[in-house]
Design a protein around this ligand. Sequence first.
Ligand code: CU
Length: 260
Amino acid sequence: MRTKHPIIQMLLIGVVASVAGVALALAIDWFPIAASTAAAPIDELYDVLLIVSVPVFVLVMTVALYSVWRFRAKPGDQSDGAPIHGNTLLEVVWVTIPTIMVSALAVYGAIVLEEIERPAANAMEVEVTGQQFAWSFEYPDTPGGEPVQSNELVLPLGQQVHFQIKALDVLHSFWVPAFRLKSDAVPGITTEYRVTPTKEGRFDVVCAELCGLGHTTMRQVATVLPPAEFEGWLAEQAKQSEPAADDTMPASATDEEEAQ
Ligand SMILES: [Cu+2]
């Protein structure tokens, strides 16, 4: 068998391994259930990142493993390697190509973010507060004018929500995986994001920033209701919260904290 040039061999192995790697990466179901308008563009972005990054990983590993195998020293060979110093063409190529790739992906990511975060005129404000170890929610715009506090996140289907996120103690991260978007809750500042639910149902709300011993218990539920049912829920909450409007500390938080 005639030995092919090493670069051609590496290229052949790399191409076959890249195709297999990309096929495997795309075959894996990476994403949780999709329940917002942001989910499709973000999942697509993730697939594009896989298609671009898997061949890069495969190429680097092919060159590394092939070189270890093909150019290893023969038994008993104590001689020095060839005195190679620098290769300008190679260095220009391996700086230019990744720079172009990373810049293009950054622009694509920025365009997707701009699209999914575009403010809607009828967006509903929801204030989210993270504290060890529970989320609480405030709805400032209610029919009666009084803000509604809730330990449950309830949202109307098809209406954009503008979350304003705060933290009372340490860093938390407000994340509804089914909506895809996530933002840190940082003491002293207000962070935000916008999302439009597209599916009725109950979805996990989690904290995605290690925030203390009870971090794993910092899980709640987001319920997405048809708009009319949501209005009913909000009106009901407004009625209930009238007598004790000053109770801002969620009872479950203190219980869980004491249990640690
Ligand atoms: Cu946490």
